[in-house]
Design a binder for this molecule. Structure first.
Ligand SMILES: *[C@@H]1O[C@H](CO)[C@@H](O)[C@H](O)[C@H]1NC(C)=O
Ligand SMILES: *[C@@H]1O[C@H](CO)[C@@H](O)[C@H](O)[C@H]1NC(C)=O
Ligand SMILES: *[C@@H]1O[C@H](CO)[C@@H](O)[C@H](O)[C@H]1NC(C)=O
Ligand SMILES: *[C@@H]1O[C@H](CO)[C@@H](O)[C@H](O)[C@H]1NC(C)=O
Ligand SMILES: *[C@@H]1O[C@H](CO)[C@@H](O)[C@H](O)[C@H]1NC(C)=O
Ligand SMILES: *[C@@H]1O[C@H](CO)[C@@H](O)[C@H](O)[C@H]1NC(C)=O
Ligand SMILES: *[C@@H]1O[C@H](CO)[C@@H](O)[C@H](O)[C@H]1NC(C)=O
Ligand SMILES: *[C@@H]1O[C@H](CO)[C@@H](O)[C@H](O)[C@H]1NC(C)=O
Length: 813
């Protein structure tokens, strides 16, 4: 196969093949097929996903359905836990960390250690036959419309392949076409190398299909799925070749794909009915109508936000995406639009991997979103809830994609039921509270995962995830949602801790627990001196999460007018949670004592959760804590943190909260120079290492956080009490604008309080903003470093009352 250079191509090919310029802010594009999953292009409808290589002469699409996991629910709870717990706590209090840690691993780890893993669905191969030479090849992804396109020519005939994932139709759709009648021939097949139950092809003139039924794993009661590709040809002849469909001499071929699993449909007949219903409806509507509806749906999400961080000099921004990344390593200043593209791509990926399926059984974006080609992906491609899945949702609210948040709440509902059982069995807490540890699978498996001192024993997953529900309320101001969906979760999350926490030294404590996933050296007086350990009492992050949880309970009680024991208990507990403390170097303390870190450049920023995503340590809430958080961040960075892609994007968000725009930007640049693959996926250590989608989302969130912040600035950091906890959000415009982005604009970001923000800036100063109030209510504002400004021409001095639906123009004053 050879690829003509552009001038040859323009000369040789039909004129329509000449490329329209592809916006460097919204397109990924390549002059050749993908040679690995890390250069293939992902599409998804929040349930089904495909990775598109665009290969010649045969294309193998790697397909996913997000409920295909390796087996049925496993009861892994270690029954020895509850009797070991008092001894563990006694050892921890005595300061015998070595013995405590050993007892935890021996008695409390899940049996088996791992829950289920996410797995591949099937391959679909489109074999175009022959060894045709592809000329003028191009392949692109449009982040705005959600389309992947492949185009090339053979012998003067132009061939195109268009791929999309439709949320409204619930299918993947592809159109293949040739520029001359009768020139398109292709053999279409499905394949799966394991646990296939049946595989058949059916030929009909006009509409043929291939169906593959398989089990997701070895166990007979694993998840069973039926997948079907429906093929509609115009012209040509159709025949069956084993389990494949051969179409010869057609002009256009439309392909619809669906798969349904026993996770969502308990009987085979309901599963088949749903599979067929969607494929019949798509076939009857036809490809053009399916495409139109899919684009309308997708652009409704993507076009809510427009970002301009400056225009790139076209010499590098117009390069194929992989070459553009290479050029960016040496000349980042020429291409500010790469950051814009990466921001847009994050929103694209979230809208593609996290959508509600309306049945309450939707599943959130996992470690790889939903794109996974393996039966045994890295870390099982699970829902890792000690940072990664939370990070997936950091951009959801601020970048105006609130509906992508819902699948996380569906999973949490499922996990709560499991977590109530685990609370009883492991901790003897049968008051209805739920506990989650550091991973979930699709069954909501709440037991501890793996078996190591630095990660297994962390009973705080419920506290962190329930904060997402509260944030959803803060951004949407939807009181019905607060009452029906948030309150039951917060209450039940808090209930667990009312039973689980133990009083000691005048405080309520967690333990055994960890500061995810950071080990320390055991001090000489705490048993085996210098050994690496992580399990202890009340690490800082636990206290910060509890402070937030009880604060959220209190705030919800205030909004909903609840004055019973739910309120008084949260207040009582809040007052006895340890406050963050500061160590000998001015750093925020990570553990109950100033242990020596075993990995000073650790990737997790757990102790400064209160800087981001929390707010307890932000500069306007508590400048003392913010300063200490900054010292810790700088200690970590100078020891080599930010070492994985996702870690680096957490760092970006933290610097945004410290109002250090130049640091946000320099970390964004080094992120883009180090971690993205040819298809712009985030990785742990650069191309070739494990893909993890969290860093894509963390990046998008950080760019937003650099331009707009709106967290609570009163109460959360003060000494407690009901009045101090009144949430009071300040909408802060351009809090961390980098000098590298002196001019720009953004439209459609969302602030807490449900305000939509459009802004322009020039010479590093806000020139104009329009705030649209979607729910009414008080609007407190701050511009940059407390610059003076006017609202509707009147100098701003105090929060203003807004009317729902009204807009407020802000100008410098
Ligand atoms: C894959 O393609 C990229 C260009 O996109 C190239 O840099 C890389 O060397 C190729 N890898 C292999 C294994 O061919
Ligand atoms: C966990 O590891 C400890 C050793 O550190 C071992 O004694 C224990 O059996 C393991 N537990 C499980 C469930 O694998
Ligand atoms: C899809 O094809 C690739 C390449 O041939 C293969 O490695 C992979 O196992 C296949 N996937 C399935 C689900 O069979
Ligand atoms: C297929 O159907 C078309 C009309 O829809 C007809 O023209 C063509 O002859 C049919 N081909 C075969 C092989 O039956
Ligand atoms: C396809 O068309 C070619 C000529 O264009 C012809 O030779 C061949 O027989 C056709 N094949 C079928 C299966 O119709
Ligand atoms: C590329 O940049 C040059 C100047 O730097 C400009 O004249 C030209 O119009 C640009 N081309 C495109 C396609 O934007
Ligand atoms: C720690 O606890 C273990 C187990 O109870 C005990 O054998 C050991 O002596 C204790 N170490 C210290 C320093 O107290
Ligand atoms: C900041 O936090 C520290 C430690 O928790 C606390 O002692 C202090 O009162 C807080 N300051 C403010 C202004 O809230």
């Amino acid at each position: 196969m050879k690829f003509a250079t552009l001038p040859t191509l323009l000369f040789l090919l039909p004129q329509t093949l000449a490329l329209a310029p592809l916006s460097p802010s919204t397109y990924l594009h390549y002059p050749h097929p993908a040679n690995s999953s890390q250069s293939a292009l992902p599409i998804g409808n929040g349930r089904l996903g495909a990775l598109i290589y665009g290969a010649l002469p045969a294309e193998t699409l790697s397909l996913n359905e997000n409920s295909v996991w390796s087996g049925p629910w496993l009861d892994r709870t270690n029954r020895a836990s509850s009797s070991a717990l008092p001894s563990v706590r006694e050892l921890l209090k005595q300061g015998n960390l070595t013995a405590a840690g050993q007892l935890v691993l021996r008695s409390m780890a899940g049996k088996p250690n791992s829950p289920r893993m996410y797995g591949v669905l099937v391959n679909m191969t489109l074999d175009f036959g022959g060894g045709g030479i592809g000329e003028g090849y191009t392949r692109w992804l449009d982040t705005e419309r959600g389309l992947v396109f492949v185009e090339y020519a053979v012998g003067g005939v132009k061939y195109t392949r268009e791929y999309l994932a439709s949320h409204p139709a619930g299918v993947l759709a592809t159109r293949l076409s040739a520029s001359q009648p009768g020139k398109l021939s292709v053999k279409i097949s499905l394949a799966r190398s394991k646990w296939v139950l049946s595989h058949t092809a059916t030929v009909k003139n006009g509409s043929s299909s291939v169906t593959l039924v398989a089990n997701s794993g070895q166990e007979s009661d694993a998840i069973e799925f039926t997948s079907e590709v429906r093929i509609l040809n115009t012209g040509g002849t159709v025949s069956k070749d084993g389990t494949a469909i051969q179409i010869t001499n057609a002009t256009t071929i439309d392909i619809f794909f669906n798969a349904e699993t026993s996770y969502r449909h308990s009987t085979q007949s309901t599963r088949l009915a749903e599979l067929t219903r969607k494929l019949d409806a798509a076939s009857a509507a036809g490809y053009p109508a399916v495409k139109k509806a899919a684009i309308t749906d997708f652009t409704t999400l993507t076009q809510r936000v427009h970002l301009n961080l400056g225009t790139s000099s076209n010499s590098t921004s117009s390069l194929p995406t992989n070459d553009r990344l290479t050029a960016y390593k040496t000349n980042p200043n020429a291409d500010p639009e790469l950051a814009t593209l990466y921001f847009n791509y994050g929103r694209y990926l979230l809208a593609s991997s996290s959508r509600s399926t309306r049945s309450g059984l939707s599943l959130p974006a996992n470690l790889q979103g939903l794109w996974n080609e393996r039966y045994d992906p890295p870390w099982g491609s699970k829902y890792t809830i000690n940072i990664n899945i939370e990070m997936n949702y950091w951009p959801a609210l601020v970048t105006n994609l609130a509906e992508t948040h819902t699948p996380l709440f569906d999973l949490l509902d499922r996990a709560r039921a499991r977590g109530t059982e685990v609370a009883k069995l492991m901790y003897g807490c049968d008051n209805g509270g739920f506990v989650l540890h550091h991973n979930l699978d699709l069954w909501g498996d709440a037991a501890p995962v793996d078996n190591g001192t630095a990660y297994t024993m962390w009973p705080m997953g419920g506290a962190w995830l329930s904060a997402h529900l509260m944030e959803h309320y803060r951004f949407t101001r939807d009181e019905a949602f607060l009452k029906e969906r948030v309150w039951p979760v917060l209450r039940q999350a808090a209930d667990f801790y009312y039973c689980y926490l133990f009083e000691w030294e005048g405080y309520y404590n967690t333990g055994p627990s960890i500061s995810p996933e950071n080990p320390f050296r055991v001090p000489a007086d705490m048993s085996r001196a210098g050994a690496t350990e992580a399990i202890d009492i009340s690490p800082t992050m636990d206290n910060v999460l509890l402070h937030e949880l009880f604060g959220n309970v209190i705030e919800t009680c205030q909004v909903l007018g609840i004055t019973d024991s739910h309120l008084t208990q949260a207040q009582a507990y809040l007052s006895k949670i340890r406050k963050p403390r500061i160590g000998s170097k001015g750093q925020l303390l990570e553990w109950r004592r100033e242990y020596e870190a075993a990995e000073p450049g650790h990737r997790h920023m757990s102790p400064i959760y209160g800087l981001y995503p929390g707010s307890q340590m932000t500069p306007l809430v508590n400048s003392t804590l913010a300063a200490a958080a900054k010292v810790l961040l700088e200690q970590r960075m100078s020891a080599g943190s930010g070492s994985t892609g996702w870690s680096r994007t957490w760092v970006m968000n933290l610097y945004a909260r410290l109002f250090q725009g130049d640091k946000v930007w320099s970390n964004a640049v080094s992120f883009l120079q180090t971690f993205p693959t040819a298809n712009l996926w985030n990785t742990d250590h650069g191309p070739g290492s494990a893909f993890q989608i969290d860093g894509n989302f963390g990046f998008t969130a950080a760019i937003a956080e650099m331009l707009l912040q709106s967290h609570s600035v009163e109460g959360a950091g003060t000494s407690g009490g009901i009045n101090a906890l009144q949430s009071h959000n300040v909408v802060h415009l351009l809090p961390a604008l980098p000098s590298a982005v002196p001019t720009g604009s953004v439209e459609g970001l969302v602030a807490r309080g449900n305000f939509v923000i459009d802004m322009q800036w020039a010479d590093r100063k806000l020139s104009k903003a329009v705030v649209t109030s979607r729910s009414g209510g008080k609007l407190a504002l701050r511009v940059q470093d407390a610059a003076s400004f006017a609202v509707k021409g009147v100098k701003y001095t105090a929060p203003i009352d807004t009317t729902a639906g009204a807009s407020y123009t802000i100008t410098p004053a």
